[in-house]
Design a protein around this ligand. Structure first.
Ligand SMILES: Nc1ncnc2c1ncn2[C@@H]1O[C@H](COP(=O)(O)OP(=O)(O)O)[C@@H](O)[C@H]1O
Ligand SMILES: [Mg+2]
Length: 385
């Protein structure tokens, strides 16, 4: 009887501590917290609030830098149970900006669960430290794999990374409770675990949107040059198609294992995505295979990747496929119609359709049956399923 009473009391204490931690109230002494956190980390569901002492301890005073982006540095941390984490310390020019960014991350990725999205374990909103705690990714980010010194990676692995990344973005757009637009899809924001399984990360610019909301208003410039869709830099309405555009640019980089912006590489006297378009137009895909060092057995996948990329980077949002369709085409489940030249606008003045978009007339194509509607003879229309 005594044993039962003691057991019940212990579980009540444990539950109330766990609840308190998750709510983020009353910081408790660090030593006790470490024990409790270790237990909780075994069974994570929602982001947990950490104290700055805990994170300072876990990172040995922020000594192991993993990487840095525009908004802060990311450090490796290890909790007492041996679990590794990545801790992003947010620093910015104003408290408001840090707050907006950290809240964007917690409210978006904090409520998602998908094998192709990085898992947010928790956060620290102490006065002296604003930080986000993520699952640790052993193989760092895709930019290092593509543009780093280690070039031995099999192209097949890269193709699978593209598929996984597409699944992560599709989930954000179409499958989670509220649609999430990421706004900053690029290789530096795709993390890789031990098995090179990709996880979309860095939700600092992300925004939750109500489904059915076609145009999103954004404040300030978002995204990264080279990946950001043209409408991001102009007074155009924004939709989730901006992520589709960035995904297309990422696919071109995966295809070539090179940065689109690298003008020092051979055959890149012109912008690499346009070079790929020209090769596609001239039906000389073999040149792409040779220059990009893609093995013959990967030809189908590589050709698909190039075509999907060219669809995704269409100038007009309405001409780009949804992520779901882009993914299906990339996986090979459906036939891919011939894309129009996505770079025509670079030579010509704005077309009437583009002006229509400015007026908010862009449309989307959520159709049910698995069918490609766009025909090769009408390449200005986005493929749908
Ligand atoms: N969970 C993680 N595991 C391992 N490395 C990470 C992790 N998160 C970020 N990094 C490294 O830090 C870099 C910057 O992280 P990111 O979240 O993109 O921050 P920023 O908002 O500053 O761009 C990444 O490109 C990657 O190299
Ligand atoms: Mg980043």
């Amino acid at each position: 009887m005594v044993i039962i009473i003691v057991k019940i009391s212990l579980s009540i204490i444990a539950c109330s501590r766990r609840w308190t931690l998750r709510r983020g109230a009353n910081p408790v002494a660090p030593t006790f917290l470490t024990v409790v956190v270790d237990k909780i980390l075994d069974d994570i569901e929602k982001p947990i609030r950490f104290s700055s002492q805990q994170l300072t301890m876990a990172t040995s005073n922020f000594s192991h830098l993993l990487g840095a982006g525009s908004f802060g540095a990311v450090y490796k941390g290890t909790f007492m149970n041996g679990m590794s984490v990545a801790i992003k310390v947010l620093n910015g020019s104003s408290d408001k900006r840090i707050e907006d960014q950290s809240l964007a991350e917690v409210t978006t990725v904090g409520r998602t669960h998908h094998m192709n999205l990085v898992q947010l374990y928790g956060f620290c909103f102490d006065r002296n430290l604003r930080a986000l705690v993520y699952e640790f990714m052993q193989n760092s980010s895709l930019d290092r794999l593509l543009f780093g010194a280690d070039e031995d990676i099999e192209w097949d692995v890269l193709y699978n990374i593209a598929i996984g990344t597409g699944k992560g973005i599709t989930y954000l757009h179409e499958e989670c409770q509220q649609m999430i637009i990421h706004y900053d899809i690029k290789p530096g924001n795709i993390l890789l675990d031990t098995n090179f399984c990709p996880k979309v990360a860095d939700f600092g610019l992300a925004k939750l949107c109500n489904r059915g909301q076609i145009h999103v208003t954004i404040s300030g410039v978002r995204g990264t040059p080279g990946y950001a869709a043209p409408e991001m830099w102009m007074p155009f309405p924004i939709t989730q198609k901006c992520d589709v555009y960035s995904f297309g640019m990422l696919l071109v980089e995966i295809l070539g294992r090179r940065s689109n912006l690298d003008v020092n590489l051979p055959d890149s006297q012109e912008w690499f995505p346009r070079w790929v378009w020209k090769k596609h137009e001239m039906k000389r895909f073999s040149d792409v295979m040779i220059v990009c060092r893609i093995q013959e057995h990967c030809r189908d996948k590589a050709e698909r990747m190039a075509m999907v990329a060219l669809w995704c980077v269409q100038y007009k949002q309405a001409s780009r496929p949804s992520m779901n369709v882009a993914l299906k085409m990339l996986e090979g489940g459906v036939e891919i119609p011939l894309p129009a030249n996505p770079f025509l606008h670079l030579m010509e003045s704005p077309q009437p359709e583009v002006l229509a978009e400015v007026k908010g007339e862009a449309c989307s194509f959520p159709l049910p049956a698995i069918r490609i509607l766009a025909e090769s003879s009408n390449p200005g229309t986005a493929p749908t399923i």
